[in-house]
Design a protein around this ligand. Sequence first.
Ligand code: ADP
Length: 450
Amino acid sequence: MFEKILIANRGEIALRVLRACKELGIATVAVHSTADEHAMHVRLADESVCIGPPPVRDSYLNIPALLAACEITGADAVHPGYGFLSENARFAEILAEHGLHFIGPKPEHIRLMGDKIEAKRTAKRLGIPVVPGSDGAIVSDAAAYAIARNMGYPVLVKASAGGGGRGMKVARTEGDLPTALATARAESMAAFGDDTLYMEKYLVAPRHIEFQILGDGHGNAIHLGERDCSLQRRHQKLLEEGPSPALNVEQREALGETVAHAMRSLKYLSAGTIEFLYENGEFYFIEMNTRIQVEHPVTEMITDFDLVLEQIRVADGARLTIEQKDVSFHGHAIECRINAENPVSFRPSPGKIVHYHVPGGMGVRMDSAVYQGYTISPFYDSLLGKLIVHGKSRTECLMRLRRALDEFVVDGVDTTLPLFRALVRDKDILDGTYHIHWLEQFLARSSVEE
Ligand code: ADP
């Protein structure tokens, strides 16, 4: 087993990884920018190294500084968390070249799934249903017109290198297509340095349902059920729940087995998520994320299984500690991503937290790295923490979430807590009848109090 792990991240996920390391008796190294000198992950780690100034390209994305930090501290493995270098295949290779372990998938799988066109092709080959669309990249505008006409409008133009909803544009009619192509191309070039596009049928009111998988690289892989992440704003998830209110046991077992089988044939290593859109009883693969995800605690709460701990174990060559038959699902879990943002305008609200009280009690988990007196920096994303609530049933979970949100106090910065308090009282949320566009429609019609 590894003796010392360097955590190449910050915020709540750095703390999440640190907790798993401590429970395994592994020493920890935190890295931080000068802006994060007083961060909780730095305080709680056994050692810490400053890796640069606040901008992420100079610190959290600074590979030479991270290698130096490994060298200085004698770390033998690196956990990248999510975001930053977590899906950077070259980083994984560089670590290997320096005799260090990357706690994540094999570089070839990161690369394969990072190219969404290749990912879709692979999914199709492995028997996973995909969204109808262009067969590979769009080679010219003329080809795009032909494909769209053939498929029927509306269509979605997407960036092959895409992520975080960038480089994605809808064309509702043929008249929209030139602008959709041009803006998607420009956005993708600016964000990813690559303007390869592809096209999909735009599904009008699907749900976003994703399967958690875990593999050991030796050909063993399991699925841990699904999460419903349909509550999104600008393609960004705000609230996730598991199991999905839309699926039944047979659907879960059938698609779960399809994805686990696909991962076995790839000999996939580490945690991953296979994302689908779900509409009218049909599933359509959209992409795979080759990392631990923000919403992984939802799965941990309903399976009672520590995904990060197992990620660490298998990265060292160990076999999975459980088989598919050992995975069972208990009750219901919901996660709210609480951001330091204005709940109406969603403008980030950096600043000092002057008063902070987190909810507790049965079935309540708070994954956060902030504390009273902490100053939220303007340099990084605005995630203040994740409130995850578990209950024996979806109803119990919702009632518990309601009371947990009511207990939560954050003074000094704006937060999205008022939005969640309104959501857990909405009939469609209570009924579980929402889709990926529901939240934007809710925001347009509701009046959340600031
Ligand atoms: P990214 O990697 O940029 O997050 P994804 O392919 O995962 O992109 O899609 C993000 C979100 O965009 C989905 O959760 C869904 O809301 C929406 N989306 C993606 N593909 C389609 C589609 N074909 N039709 C309708 N909505 C889509």
